[in-house]
Design a protein around this ligand. Structure first.
Ligand code: NAD
Ligand code: DAU
Length: 365
């Protein structure tokens, strides 16, 4: 079996769902169910014996030792993290705790387990660390995209804590010979994305007639990848990546934030016109003709990175991975998913998703 951490979050849950659709191998899913964890994402696996969920913290060394001993995974896929940059600016400590200390404890537990394996299992074991392009810092308009050899220069408490975890993972390979792999991916979007992040926030606010807050001048650039493509890249790296290597993952989709917001508004105008849904501007009560009337420029994020761009050629050249979605197909699917899953959105907005474990799983969880 494989051992996934953070599998109730946005990317982790998409990964678990994709894994179970494509393989028969069991997934052990350890997640603390912070505000970002949502078991409703995994509702379709509720009756499946292929998915075993454990609520717990990656900092809990005793729990980790027990899970490794009981389940004997062949690989760890480490998604669990505090992931939102704005939260890291307001409260950085949780980021150091989970991203640095938590990754360290997980590495230690994995190392103790790995040391006890038979030679063949030891050689086949993998620890795959899911990281971000933000560790490389920010780019100027004409700089080349981040490659695997770009020096680390993290600018936010979030990216600094992820950089710290990347360095620990690297050290466990160089010092102990542990077969680790690291992926550094650009901005993801798609189903089950928590609506504190740009794309889902814009969809959810627009449908409610609320302002669409664009930070600063809206000209910051991110490189967008559909989440299913990221999950497929991780599966490919797990299968064929070379231990000790890092792989950048990206979709060659650089877009300014304001362009993203305009695109979301245009898709909503087409798929869910404000006039048909009787959406009014919550500030004035005036009926909306177009969703982009809600765009509101607000104070910039402190230390806001100007541009990210990923050079994903190594992953393509060495492991043959390429994204399946273009931005146009991926963003349309995403907007359609949010329109079709208003119950999921409502559960997140009213907080009832946090009762999911009790109501849905009871004593099983
Ligand atoms: P997320 O915030 O949606 O989910 C994180 C999950 O980790 C949640 O389910 C949460 O409950 C769990 N978690 C948090 N602290 C924990 C702890 N101490 N112990 C156990 N579980 C804990 O994050 P995401 O967007 O799905 O990101 C997943 C990973 O991918 C992160 O490591 C992130 O840095 C990385 N990443 C994200 C993006 C992106 O665009 N979202 C891009 C590149 C890399
Ligand atoms: O690059 C990968 C990273 O992408 C991941 O490592 C992070 O976990 C993930 O959260 C994401 O970080 P960003 O800060 O890029 O994502 P976010 O959705 O928060 O913001 C995207 C851009 O949109 C960023 O330039 C800030 C801007 N923004 C965001 C919000 C929430 C706005 O203009 N308005 C907003 O309300």
């Amino acid at each position: 079996m494989i051992f996934v951490t953070g599998g109730a979050g946005f990317i982790g849950s998409n990964f678990v769902l994709q894994w179970c659709r494509n393989t028969d191998e069991t997934v052990l899913n350890l997640d603390a169910l912070t505000y970002a964890g949502n078991l409703a994402n995994l509702q379709s696996l509720e009756q499946s014996s292929q998915h075993r969920f454990v609520q717990g913290d990656i900092r809990d060394s005793e729990l980790l030792a027990r899970l490794f001993a009981e389940h004997k995974p062949r690989a760890v896929l480490h998604f669990a993290a505090e992931s939102h940059v704005d939260r890291s600016i307001i409260g950085p400590e949780a980021f150091v705790e989970t991203n640095v200390v938590g990754t360290f404890r997980l590495l230690e537990a994995a190392r103790a387990y790995w040391n006890g394996l038979e030679a063949a299992d030891k050689a086949a074991f993998r620890f795959l660390h899911v990281s971000t392009d933000e560790v490389y810092g920010t780019l100027g308009p004409n700089d080349p995209a981040f490659s695997e050899t770009t020096p680390y220069a993290p600018n936010s408490p979030y990216s600094a804590s992820k950089a710290g975890s990347d360095h620990l993972v690297r050290a466990y390979h160089h010092t102990y010979g542990m077969p680790v792999l690291t992926t550094n991916c650009s901005n993801n979007y798609g189903p089950y994305h928590f609506p504190e992040k740009l794309i889902p926030l814009m969809i959810v606010n627009a449908l409610a007639g609320k302002p669409l807050p664009v930070y600063g001048d809206g000209q910051q650039i991110r490189d967008w990848l559909y989440v299913e493509d990221h999950c497929a890249a991780i599966r490919r790296v797990l299968e064929a990546g070379k231990p000790g290597e890092t792989y950048n993952v990206g979709g060659w989709n650089e877009k300014a934030n304001i362009e993203i917001v305009q695109t979301v508004c245009a898709l909503l105008d087409e798929l869910a016109p404000a006039s048909e849904r009787n959406v009014s501007d919550s500030r004035s009560g005036t009926p909306l003709a177009r969703y982009d009337e809600l765009i509101s420029y607000v104070t910039d994020r402190p230390g806001h990175d100007r541009r990210y761009a990923i050079d994903a050629r190594k992953l393509e050249r060495e492991l043959g991975w390429k994204p399946a979605e273009t931005f146009e197909t991926g963003i349309r699917k995403t907007v359609q998913w949010y329109l079709a899953n208003q119950e999921w959105v409502a559960g997140v907005l009213d907080g009832s998703y946090r009762d999911w474990v009790q109501t849905q799983y009871g004593a099983k969880a």
